[in-house]
Ligand binder design. Structure first.
Ligand SMILES: [Zn+2]
Length: 63
């Protein structure tokens, strides 16, 4: 089975299938663990702590 390979941005942790982050243009990595789905960043304390300013999927750890 071949599915999409998800990668996380090393700069902002945004998860996408791209080699460069569509959000900030940073380099992405396949080496990441765990993720957080932000559906309402303005009301999310975790998003504030992580400096997230838009909705989407974010990796908790990116290597
Ligand atoms: Zn990014």
């Amino acid at each position: 089975m071949v599915g999409p390979v998800y990668k996380a941005c090393k700069q902002c942790s945004f998860i996408s299938e791209e080699d460069t982050c569509p959000r900030c243009g940073g380099q992405t990595s396949r080496e990441w663990q765990g993720y957080l789905v932000v559906i309402d960043y303005e009301k999310s304390d975790i998003a504030k702590q992580m400096g997230i300013s838009s909705n989407g999927k974010y990796a908790l750890r990116v290597r």
